[in-house]
Design a protein around this ligand. Structure first.
Ligand SMILES: [Zn+2]
Ligand SMILES: [Zn+2]
Ligand SMILES: [Zn+2]
Length: 431
């Protein structure tokens, strides 16, 4: 798959290097207006349980077939891609706090009402971006080897260090316990808001505080006071508590509600096909895709991904190949990209042609018999991209204001480069 015809590599790399200059091309104009990164890695995934046998990693109970489930995508060493670890809808949000729905793979492919359920949870979480108090701990450094996440300097053995458990990286999911990221006291005090130790929190709440010497307790109390009322209201604004609640209620805006209306009816239309396409055998799904000129070898092997691609084609038309390199175009996040990893083509309005159904499939399935191609444009949601990139920036100096969050969620991954490979757009295992 990765050795996909080496001879067109040279062409497409030429295409991508020239793309920045050629503003005369219609497509590169579109690209430059694209507000979100359609190729971004998404750490989470939404889906419907395909059987009754997938378990929730949080509560260990089964997830009923067809129910909405959410997962964390973890890099899988056994093959080149990501594997989801699944959770019940509610269990997922106990554990994770995606910042935007753009961090959730397949979000825009869920049923409209389920998109709204997810959106609501994500908004609630981003409004109160406090980490649970149980995430924090304080102790005397047991070795001299830990490094402060804020200043990147060593924490001497025996000195007081404050940690925040890193629940969002892959490691705790794989080994079962969260790993603390350590800070000097002064450094922690400086960045407390950023890492979710909010204004109402105080030092004695931190686990391990009781075990410190009286003197060190006093130091902590002085350095980490609960912030005063004035400060608190300004913090509230900073987190958008008031601002975002009025924003999210801006349904009165005509533009917004008409966009939501079209998204809802579009989702219904796609699911009218999806609910029928699930009855097809895999060979029949492949036949439909191939008859319409889709390149199966460069698409996801996953049955559900094929169904999503076919529902898109039936509702809006068969996707033509990439105008830059001729490779397959696929839907991702809130737009379309070329599967070729060296081609930078992205668009929100891809070229399409009528969807074709061959006669033996028409004879077999009534919904295909009744199908009639209607030309429509697929409406894109205003998904915000805010990926909780969990790639580390460790060892590099950074602007503390901007990057700490990335660091916190970060864990060093050998597979860092792998994430950018094209296979990562879809290769996942399913259960
Ligand atoms: Zn659960
Ligand atoms: Zn430090
Ligand atoms: Zn291309």
């Amino acid at each position: 798959m990765s050795s996909n015809s080496s001879d067109d590599n040279s062409d497409s790399s030429k295409a991508s290097s020239s793309s920045q200059k050629s503003s005369s091309s219609v497509h590169s104009v579109e690209v430059s207006h694209e507000p979100i990164n359609l190729r971004a890695h998404q750490p989470y995934i939404a889906g419907y349980a395909r059987s009754n046998y997938s378990g929730c990693r949080e509560c260990q109970e089964d997830i009923p077939k067809d129910s909405l489930r959410l997962g964390r995508l973890v890099a899988d060493a056994r093959y080149d891609g990501y594997t989801p670890i699944w959770f019940h809808f509610n269990c997922f949000f106990k554990k994770f706090q995606p910042r935007t729905t753009g961090d959730i793979s397949n979000f825009t492919l869920m049923r409209y009402e389920d998109q709204k359920l997810i959106e609501q949870k994500v908004q609630n979480h981003s409004r109160r971006r406090q980490a649970p108090i149980s995430s924090f701990l304080v102790e005397y450094a047991r070795s001299g080897y830990s490094t402060c996440l804020w200043c990147d300097r060593n924490i001497p053995i025996g000195s007081v260090r404050i940690g925040r458990n890193d629940e969002n990286s892959d490691t705790p999911l794989l080994i079962g316990t969260p790993i603390p990221r350590w800070f000097h006291i002064n450094c922690f005090a400086r960045c407390r808001q950023k890492i979710g130790f909010g204004s109402n929190r105080s030092a004695p709440e931190i686990s391990g505080f009781e075990d410190l010497k009286r003197f060190d307790q006093q130091v902590l109390i002085t350095k980490l006071p609960p912030l005063n009322e004035n400060r608190r209201t300004s913090v509230k604004n900073e987190y958008g508590a008031e601002a975002s609640s009025s924003e999210s209620l801006s349904f009165s805006s005509d533009d917004y509600s008409s966009l939501e209306e079209s998204l809802a009816s579009q989702s219904n239309l796609m699911y009218s096909y999806i609910d029928n396409l699930v009855k097809l055998k895999s060979s029949e799904l492949n036949a439909l895709l191939e008859d319409n000129g889709y390149d199966l070898s460069s698409m996801s092997d996953d049955r559900v991904d094929k169904i999503y691609a076919l529902a898109d084609a039936m509702a809006f038309g068969t996707l033509r190949s990439c105008p830059k390199c001729g490779d397959q175009i696929i839907f991702r996040i809130a737009g379309f990209i070329c599967v070729n990893e060296v081609c930078d083509y992205t668009t929100s309005l891809p070229a399409r042609c009528p969807f074709f159904v061959n006669s033996w499939l028409k004879n077999k399935y009534q919904f295909l018999e009744e199908y009639q191609y209607v030309r429509r444009d697929r409406v894109m949601p205003k998904t915000q991209y805010g990926c909780e990139s969990y790639y580390p920036v460790r060892g590099t100096r950074f602007d503390p204001g901007e990057q700490l969050r990335l660091l916190l969620l970060g864990v060093r991954k050998k597979s860092r480069r792998r994430a950018r490979r094209r296979s990562s757009y879809w290769s996942r295992k399913t259960s």
